[in-house]
Each structure stands twice: as structure tokens, then as C-alpha cells.
Design a protein around this ligand. Structure first.
Ligand code: C2O
Ligand code: CU
Length: 381
């Protein structure tokens, strides 16, 4: 198959962004393409195929991309934990090769039946009581929103989607990780020698081990206090959004949605006709990529983008090339992110400065949804 590689979350030159059909042609079998770029920010990123991604990512064409800080933070052990959710056909014991199933495309996406960490369904790594671990979590699954929990670990969030928080946040209860998202945690092992600490996931109200950390010894060092923040990657603080350009993205469609008609390839179609074409989701009434972008921006323009989720499903909206902040209910701005979990029936606003020129894809990271319509782009001059 032809392919291309996207460097998810890296503020990259547009020509290196790896989106076949938008920033480059897909690279045919036997051909080569040199990706040559500077990684400007330290943090936890990943890379993955960006052509036929619903299949290529499901087959494992992805990896972690770690950019280290200039000065290593004070930790004892680091674990990169790539979470995935494979759909295995029980008859063949191979990856299920129906990548276009209309049920997946119209519902929650391609959910799997075999959940792994770094390809292992029983991932385990020995630790010492009292040690501080850095966990770099990456959700590489096609559609699963992991709901995670810590046990025998006392943790702080240091960064989301590669971007450090101003102040580490104590992990308190469960936290979601949507497809494409990352989180950097520092966790202190509180479980005792002989016990097992866990990263757990919640599934149908059950808590299941996602990664096990058997405690095989006791740390020799002294326990530390709360961690210091990681050095910031970006200095700009957006504070005043009054001059921001307003853009609206209305998401409609999917099973149990209210979409009656939408434009597909320039033609207005009924939901029935769309279903026959295996297309289910529209952005502002249009399905799939359009010739004109969602927004044409000048470089440096401040944008306030309103995302109206009028569907019955959550979506993991990923904007290429720039990190944004959610505009919270009280008007404050949330942490920098590149992928936003948008909940069914909710409206969310994000703000960003369009400082990276080029054509940037904006799509749902539930990859079946992207294939079934949830793709658009912004143009930064
Ligand atoms: Cu990680 Cu356009 O994707
Ligand atoms: Cu979606």
C-alpha cells in the first residue's frame, strides 16, 4: 500500500506533516520520501501512517516519538506506554480485515477486543517502592477512549499532548485518554515490596490491569515532594480573545443522530443515500474534505473555534500543526493540547494562534469517523 507518515503533535513544517492528499502525495510501494524536520518542543509525541490510516494504524504502523528535555527531570525510571486496542478475528486469530464496517463507521468507531500496552496484553515492568517513575502514555487505538486509574501509585500530570503544565496536577481518580492523546505522569510507587502497583483501565465498570508494576525492592533514596513543572515549550500566553476570529464547526450525523441531508462530493444527499455510500458524519453540512478550508487565516491570527457536537458520540478532534487551549466555562484557558475530546451533545471552544503557515488537517482521531466524513482543514497564509 502507499503510505505517508504524520508526526502527531510536532509543530512541523507543513510540507513534512505527512498528510497524503493534503501536504504530499502518498508514497507508493518502492518509492521513498525523506522527512526532514526540526522537533521544536520536548515531550511525548507519536508518529503514524496517514494514508488509509483506519487500516494502517490498526495494523500497527505507528510508534512513540520522544523529544527529551535539555535537562533530564528527577526520576528513577521511565516507561513509554503505547496503548492499543486491536480487533482480532476469532476465526482466523489475525487482525480483522474488515476496515470499512459500516457499523464502526456510524457508531463509536473500530473498537477492538484485544487491549495491549506496547503490544503486550500483560505488560509488566518491575519497580521499587518509593521510586518515582515517569509514565508517557500514548493512545494509539483507532477509537477506544481509555479511562485510566492508578493503584499503588501516587501521581501527577506533568504534561498533556507533549506540552508541560504550568503546575503539575495531582491525579485524583480516573482520567480519560482519547485516541491520539498523550499524558506524561510522574508517579511515586507507594505499593509495598511484594505487592503490585497498576495502571488500570475502567471497562464496563470493571477495573482491569493495563500495565502492572511488581514492586520487587525498596528504593534506597529519600522520598521526594511534589514534582517541579517541566520546562515550558511555548512562551506565548493568550489572554485576551476579544480580537479573535470566530469559527464554528458543527458536527452532525452518525447512528441515532439527526442528520437528514448533507453534501457529499458537491451533491446534496439524504441520510439513506449517505449510508449507502458508507458516509455518516458532516462538518457544517459537508462530508469529507472540501476545496475551500474551514478557515482561511493570516499568519499570527488568533482564532476562537467553536465545536458543536450534535452527534450521539464523543469525538477526539485533532488539529495538525498547532496546539490549542480549551476556553473553559469561566473564560479561563485550559492546558495546551493537540487533540480534544468532544462529548456528545456538548459545545466546546478552543483558542489558538495560527502561527504555522500551511494546510493543516482538522479531523476526528476515531479513524473510522475520519474516513466516514469527519475531516476538514484550515489554511494559514
Ligand atoms: Cu494523529 Cu491526522 O493524525
Ligand atoms: Cu469521531
Amino acid at each position: 500500500q502507499a503510505s505517508s507518515i504524520h508526526w502527531h503533535g510536532i509543530r512541523i513544517d507543513n510540507a513534512m506533516d505527512g498528510v497524503s492528499g493534503l501536504t504530499q502525495d502518498a508514497v507508493e510501494p518502492g518509492q521513498t520520501f525523506d522527512y526532514d524536520f526540526v522537533a521544536p518542543d520536548a515531550g511525548t509525541y507519536w508518529f503514524h501512517a496517514h494514508n488509509q490510516s483506519v487500516e494502517q494504524v490498526a495494523r500497527g504502523l505507528y510508534g512513540a516519538l520522544i523529544v527529551e528535555e535539555d535537562e533530564a527531570p528527577d526520576i528513577d525510571q521511565e516507561e513509554i506506554l503505547l496503548l492499543d486496542d486491536w480487533l482480532i478475528n476469532p476465526e482466523t486469530a489475525q487482525i480483522d480485515d474488515d476496515f470499512d464496517a459500516s457499523h464502526d463507521r456510524s457508531h463509536a468507531g473500530r473498537n477492538g477486543n484485544f487491549i495491549t500496552t506496547n503490544g503486550d496484553y500483560q505488560f509488566s515492568s518491575d519497580v521499587k517502592q518509593g521510586d518515582r517513575l515517569r509514565l508517557r502514555l500514548i493512545n494509539a487505538s483507532n477509537a477506544r477512549i481509555f479511562v485510566l486509574n492508578l493503584a499503588g501509585l501516587d501521581g501527577w500530570v506533568l504534561a498533556y499532548d507533549g506540552m508541560p503544565l504550568d503546575a503539575p496536577e495531582k491525579v485524583d481518580g480516573q482520567f480519560p485518554l482519547a485516541p491520539g492523546q498523550r499524558v506524561d505522569l510522574f508517579v511515586d510507587v507507594t505499593a509495598e515490596e511484594g505487592e503490585v502497583a497498576y495502571l488500570l483501565r475502567t471497562l464496563d465498570e470493571q477495573l482491569l490491569p493495563q500495565a502492572a508494576f511488581p514492586v520487587t525492592a525498596r528504593s534506597s533514596g529519600a522520598t521526594r515532594g511534589a514534582p517541579q513543572p517541566l520546562p515550558p515549550n511555548q512562551s506565548e500566553r493568550i489572554s485576551d480573545l476579544s480580537s479573535a476570529t470566530a469559527v464554528t464547526l458543527r458536527m452532525e450525523g452518525g447512528a441515532m443522530g439527526r442528520l437528514s441531508t448533507a453534501i457529499l462530493n458537491g451533491e446534496e444527499m439524504t441520510f439513506r443515500q449517505l449510508a449507502d455510500a458508507n458516509q455518516f458524519w458532516s462538518f457544517n453540512g459537508v462530508i469529507g474534505m472540501t476545496d475551500s478550508p474551514l478557515a482561511s487565516l493570516s499568519r499570527g491570527e488568533l482564532v476562537r473555534l467553536r465545536i458543536e457536537n450534535e452527534t450521539r458520540f464523543p469525538h477526539a478532534m485533532h488539529l495538525h500543526g498547532v496546539h490549542f487551549r480549551e476556553v473553559l466555562d469561566d473564560g479561563q484557558l485550559g492546558p495546551l493540547r493537540d487533540t480534544l475530546l468532544s462529548f456528545a451533545g456538548r459545545t466546546t471552544e478552543i483558542a489558538f494562534r495560527a502561527d504555522n503557515p500551511g494546510k493543516w488537517l482538522f479531523h476526528c482521531h476515531m479513524l473510522s469517523h475520519a474516513e466516514a466524513g469527519m475531516r476538514t482543514w484550515i489554511d494559514v497564509a
